[in-house]
Design a protein around this ligand. Structure first.
Ligand SMILES: *Cc1c(COP(=O)(O)O)cnc(C)c1O
Length: 475
């Protein structure tokens, strides 16, 4: 009963709202949000008094003042945007959950430009007539890849769907059983095929497929030979994979078009930076594929987009497909992609200015220096609260690309003394900006490969705030 008695010490909603701090808060935030937060905070206090005890030691005024503080903090948290900045210290360069590619400064500036005013998105400025939103991209893409024509849609899943629907609706597409890929987020080749209205004809075994397997199933119903890059897994061991070049000669033999879904698709060879040799888009186009599709926001390092390059006759047909309108890109994408592609006209510049390429090719000494600097700053601000070390680690390309590539990297490790590392990881995720690291052997690893040079200071502040005693109950 003492608890019930103590409930009288709780202020009424109106009383809380009349306090001067609340007047200031109400001037800034929507009234509904503030009132609802006051109710919730009071509810929490009511529950706490009823279940945990009467809080005899604190008086009414003190309770009111604490309630007010909690309301202010909670209102701030609840009015924060849900989509927030995250510092990626996971070492996974193309982290799909963290938004894949970070855009280059030029791409960011282009987005800002096109978002802040009107633009000639579909206007030919010279003639004053209607133009195509794809025009600025098509010239760059044909120039960079050597293809005759190009089209860009919302993402690569849409690119594959559009290409299949245009070239093979109601007819058959032959794919090797070793290439029936699932990408994640329910993109599976057999299912996309079904959506497109094309009929999948599987050939070969999971591990071995030969040109003769195709010859046996080609009929007058066959519309297309499809090659899918096994971007997120590798077949190793007793394996015989079909190549794009082999499909191209089969295509010539039977008069059939060949399409290659490259998945990631990139324009510069990174093998001399220790990355696996993978075919570039130019190479696949040169090998004779009629249609090639790839993502804008994987290894290319641009905005989310699905890029289709290939022979004019097929691309023109796709442009006329009503699906193209449904999967078209918006002006922000056009702006960011044009700027990204322009940078590729000078490959050396691309390596420095496109964040994905810079992260993938970052050298061991630079990463180590970055780690040592951060460790030193962290030791200075966290003092006895955690043990801070620098150690070698392995980063990943991510985004379903180069799954077997180990990228040697350097990390700062944090072993907190007053909480476990999962708790620290959780507090860092709740911070502003949020920080994502990796928990390993009860330490939190911050991999330097994916941390931009300008983010060091923010990281130090975020870690210090998370480790500070007392911070925890305030959250
Ligand atoms: C990633 C990927 C896709 C899907 O691309 P999105 O741009 O994410 O839609 C399709 N095919 C392959 C082989 C891929 O690797």
């Amino acid at each position: 009963m003492a608890n019930r008695e103590a409930l009288r010490k709780l202020p009424a909603v109106d009383e809380v709202l009349r306090s001067p701090e609340m007047t200031a808060l109400l001037a800034e935030k929507p009234r509904n949000l503030v009132v609802e937060t006051v109710r919730q905070v009071l509810d929490r206090w009511r529950q706490a008094i009823l279940t945990d005890g009467a809080k005899d030691e604190i008086g009414r005024e003190e309770i009111t003042s604490r309630v007010v503080k909690e309301v202010i903090r909670e209102t701030a948290r609840r009015s924060r945007p849900k989509l927030r900045r995250v510092i990626n210290a996971t070492g996974v360069v193309l982290h799909t959950n963290l938004g894949r590619a970070v855009l280059s400064p030029a791409a960011r500036a282009a987005v800002e430009m096109v978002a802040s005013g009107y633009s000639n998105l579909e206007l030919d400025l010279e003639s004053g007539r209607r133009g195509s939103r794809y025009a600025p991209l098509e010239g760059l893409l044909t120039n960079l890849t050597g293809a005759e024509a190009a089209l860009v849609v919302n993402n690569n899943a849409a690119a594959v769907l559009l290409a299949l629907s245009t070239l093979a609706r109601g007819r058959e597409v032959i794919v090797s059983r070793g290439q029936l890929v699932e990408i994640g987020g329910s993109f599976r080749i057999p299912e996309v095929m079904a959506q497109s209205g094309a009929k999948l004809v599987e050939v070969g075994a999971t591990n071995k497929t030969y040109p003769d397997d195709y010859r046996r199933v080609i009929t007058d119903q066959t519309a297309l030979l499809l090659h899918v890059h096994t971007s997120n897994y590798r077949l190793v061991g007793f394996v015989r994979e079909i190549t794009v070049a082999e499909l191209v000669s089969l295509g010539k033999e039977y008069g059939l078009p060949v399409m290659s879904d490259l998945g990631s698709g990139f324009l510069v060879d990174l093998s001399h930076f220790g990355l696996p040799a993978e075919p570039t888009v130019q190479e696949v186009v040169a090998s004779g594929a009629d249609v090639v599709t790839f993502s804008g926001d994987k290894l290319l390092g641009g905005p989310q987009a699905g890029i289709i390059v290939g022979r004019r006759q097929y691309i023109e047909k796709m442009k006329k497909n009503p699906l193209t309108r449904a999967v078209r890109i918006d002006k922000l994408t056009v702006a960011a992609l044009e700027a990204t592609l322009r940078t590729y006209l000078e490959p050396d510049r691309a390596l420095h200015e496109i964040p994905v390429l810079r992260m993938l090719t970052a050298g061991a000494t630079d990463l180590e220096e970055q780690a040592r600097t951060l460790a030193e700053q962290l030791r200075y601000v966290v003092g006895e609260l955690a043990a801070i070390e620098v150690e070698a680690t392995i980063s990943r390309v991510g985004g379903g690309a180069m799954p077997t590539a180990d990228l040697p990297s350097m990390a700062v490790t944090i072993r907190p003394r007053q909480m476990d590392s999962e708790k620290l990881a959780k507090l860092l995720r709740a911070g502003e900006p949020a920080v994502m690291g990796r928990v390993q052997d009860d330490r939190l690893l911050l991999d330097m490969r994916t941390v931009s040079p300008g983010e060091g200071e923010l990281l130090v502040k975020a870690v210090a705030a998370a480790l500070k005693p007392g911070e925890e109950e305030e959250r």
